[in-house]
Write a protein that binds this ligand. Structure first.
Ligand SMILES: [Zn+2]
Ligand SMILES: [Zn+2]
Length: 399
């Protein structure tokens, strides 16, 4: 049905661990980069990471019936997002159709054309997790082709309009009024974080769209509403075979990977990337998001028949187990840094520990959030205690 140029599977270089492990690289979404404080900066700067490469127009079959396309994004540390196109008798499914907005949409149309199809052929959109560079094109595809939007059952947007009503005093606000909406948005983002810090804000453009009420399907800024939710272990038929849904919380709580046992293919989203370490959000619906991430990574190391991992950024790679082990190791080392620092930082705040873990240019809400995830992990394991002083969390070693 579909004609295209098929090139060789590009999986040679992605799986190896570089000589200079990713001490500096945090997969950042939409906000400031938050690199580690330690390590040899020069080594890391020598070569841009593969995840930073600008989007190629090539379309490459990377697994049976699975074509890798790339859409441009410009976020700290990221130059493209992989939009995988999975073909079957009904047409195609796309995985992670890029950022919201008309530019990304035009590229998506172009890539589908290069694969030999159009938006009319898209019957399913899989969104691996709730970041805009992954869900951006979803609602528009849904409106134009009637495609199903498939996510994990815990999927939630970075910003959910319904949460504007979370405040006791928000009931009287009319969310159809631009002024009230602006006020509600301000209130929402001025709430302190659980550790008493400032809340990370989405990109200005995103806020402006919300403020102006431009969340029409055509704008691409509408919050995607899944039409089909998967739970862990559930299967979905794509590319003429069954894929198993794997709930992989960590990078976000709602992260979904898909595993094809027939050919040993894993769509890893942002859960496991070839050369950068995903950001861990401390803001999760469950305690200890880092523990959840470790569990999700261990699941990747236990899969014995993986032939290729297809990440959302960077090249496909073969050694999923090795890469997942490396990311676990990275966070174990970060925990050690906090253990050592906690002796010198009696009653340190999240911001205090962030300054130990990250370079100054990375300090900010995202770095605080990741630091908080590590501190809470040590508190859950009994190594640290937490007290609140004027609403600000302070951590100390357990006696
Ligand atoms: Zn992400
Ligand atoms: Zn991403």
């Amino acid at each position: 049905m579909i004609e295209r140029t098929v090139t060789a599977v590009d999986a040679g270089g992605g799986g190896r661990t570089s000589m200079h492990p990713d001490h500096h690289d945090h997969h950042q979404h939409h906000l400031e980069p938050t690199d580690d404080a330690e390590g040899d900066e020069d080594c890391d700067r020598r070569q841009p990471k593969q995840e930073q490469a600008t989007a190629s127009t090539d379309v490459t079959e990377v697994a049976p019936g699975v074509v890798r396309t790339q859409l441009p994004i410009s976020l700290p540390g990221l130059g493209h997002v992989n939009c995988y196109v999975l073909e079957d008798d009904r047409g195609v499914a796309v995985v992670d159709p890029g950022l919201p907005g008309p530019d990304s949409w035009d590229h998506l149309i172009d890539r589908l054309g290069r694969v030999g199809c159009s938006t009319d052929d898209v019957h399913t959109v899989v969104v691996t997790h709730s970041h805009p560079d992954h869900f951006g094109g979803a609602m528009r595809l849904h409106h134009e082709s009637g495609a199903d939007i498939v996510t994990h059952e815990s999927f939630r947007s970075l910003f959910d309009r319904s949460e504007l009503r979370d405040h006791e005093d928000s009931e009287e606000l009319d969310l159809n009024s631009p002024d009230d909406r602006a006020e509600a948005i301000e209130r929402y983002f001025s709430r302190p974080t659980p550790w008493g810090g400032r809340r990370a804000r989405p990109p200005r453009e995103f806020i402006e769209r919300l403020r102006s009420g431009d969340s029409s399907p055509g704008s691409g800024f509408a919050t995607p509403s899944p039409t089909r939710s998967l739970h862990d272990g559930q299967t979905i038929s794509l590319a003429r075979r069954e894929w198993i849904a794997m709930h992989t919380p960590g990078h976000t709580y709602d992260h979904l990977c898909l595993y094809d046992p027939e050919f040993g293919v894993v769509l890893t989203g942002d859960h496991v990337l070839p050369s950068i370490t995903p950001h861990i959000s401390g803001l999760a619906p469950e305690a200890d998001p880092l523990a959840l991430f470790f569990t999700s990574l261990v699941r990747m190391t236990e899969m014995t028949d993986v032939t290729i991992a297809l990440p959302a950024h960077g090249h496909p790679f073969r050694d999923l187990r090795g890469r997942a082990e490396h990311i676990i190791q990275h966070h174990e080392e970060r925990l050690d840094v906090i253990r050592h620092a906690s002796g010198d930082l009696p009653n340190g705040t999240v911001a205090d520990f962030m300054q130990v873990l990250f370079r100054e240019r990375s300090w900010g809400e995202m770095a605080e959030s990741e630091t908080y995830a590590h501190l809470e992990h040590l508190r859950e394991s009994g190594e640290l205690t937490r007290n609140f002083d004027d609403g600000v969390a302070r951590y100390a070693p357990t006696d």
